[in-house]
Design a protein. Structure first.
Length: 259
């Protein structure tokens, strides 16, 4: 259950864009064009990023074995140090730099900054140092948005005792979208939407998604993505889209919103 510190949301148009690790290596000019278009249309934008492939590489170099359980990385004490270094030290700074170079005033943040993502352990026995978010400091995000900045958030949560916890980036993006009252959440990945029987779906409902997970049409990293999407709809965000860098793909919403 996610609570936000104040349930009051202004009338501003907001979107959260989540960039998957699979896209971060080669963010295209097309992405920046679409990104700037959104801001010119009056949208306030928050970016959340992952970095799964970079974490895999770093763990491999260090000789640490890494297991993914239903799309969530089982994170031991040594792994969390690597995850933290890669996401905050490398991926976040590089992304902030790319945005700044494209005339966006980007500010890098993680779950410790302003107690942005307060967490406890999700399930220590099963996942180790993986966080379950229970509070998002949306007031701080709102202050940055009012100042026309773009918060760029890495998916590291903090505990009361000052420990860092690893969180799936799709889950973080969904929690933030809900907390700031975003109109939409865009999950940017390496496929232009959800593919079923070799065809990209224009739209999908939570019911269809549950069926596709069950029959294996949705697997691996797409599972936490669509689960985060459905949690976000349940929390009141109108639409979630699984998109490519051109921001086109599958629109996920309740049936009545799609009609
Ligand atoms: N039904 C599906 N449609 C499209 N991609 C799917 C589907 N089921 C599983 N996938 C896989 O999910 C991947 C995207 O998830 P992931 O690699 O975790 O992305 P990211 O790093 O962007 O979060 C796709 O590249 C594809 O291999
Ligand atoms: C707990 C957990 O699974 N954390 C993820 C965080 C990075 C992530 O989500 O990256 P993508 O968006 O590129 O998949 C991980 O360790 O891979």
């Amino acid at each position: 259950m996610i609570t936000s510190k104040s349930m009051h949301h202004t009338e501003r148009k907001r979107v959260v864009i989540k960039l998957g690790g699979s896209t971060l290596e080669r963010l295209s000019e097309g992405f920046f064009t679409r990104f700037n278009e959104l801001r010119n249309e009056g949208y306030e934008v928050v970016i959340v990023h992952g970095g799964g492939p970079f974490i895999n590489e770093a763990l491999k170099e260090t000789g640490i074995e890494s297991k993914i359980d239903h799309g969530i990385r089982v994170t031991c004490e040594k792994s969390i140090e690597i995850v933290k270094q890669v996401l905050i030290g490398n991926v976040n700074t590089s992304l902030v730099h790319q945005l700044n170079r494209n005339a966006v005033e980007a500010i890098g943040l993680n779950g410790f900054d302003g107690k942005l993502l307060e967490c406890s352990m999700l399930d220590e026995k099963r996942y180790g140092f993986v966080g379950n978010i229970h509070a998002v400091n949306q007031t701080m995000i709102e202050k940055l948005l009012v100042a026309e900045m773009v918060p760029v958030i890495s998916c590291i949560g903090s505990t009361n005792d000052g420990f860092a916890l690893n969180i799936n980036a799709d889950t973080v993006a969904s929690a933030i979208a809900f907390a700031i009252g975003a109109e939409s959440l865009l999950l940017v990945t390496d496929t232009p939407g959800i593919k079923i029987e070799n065809q990209i779906k224009q739209s999908a409902t939570p019911g269809q998604i549950a069926k596709w997970i069950e029959n294996g049409d949705i697997y691996g990293g797409m599972i936490p993505k669509v689960n985060a999407a459905v949690a976000c709809l349940d929390a009141g965000v109108a639409t979630v889209q699984v998109v490519d860098q051109y921001l086109t793909g599958t629109m996920i919403a309740f049936e009545e919103v799609l009609n």
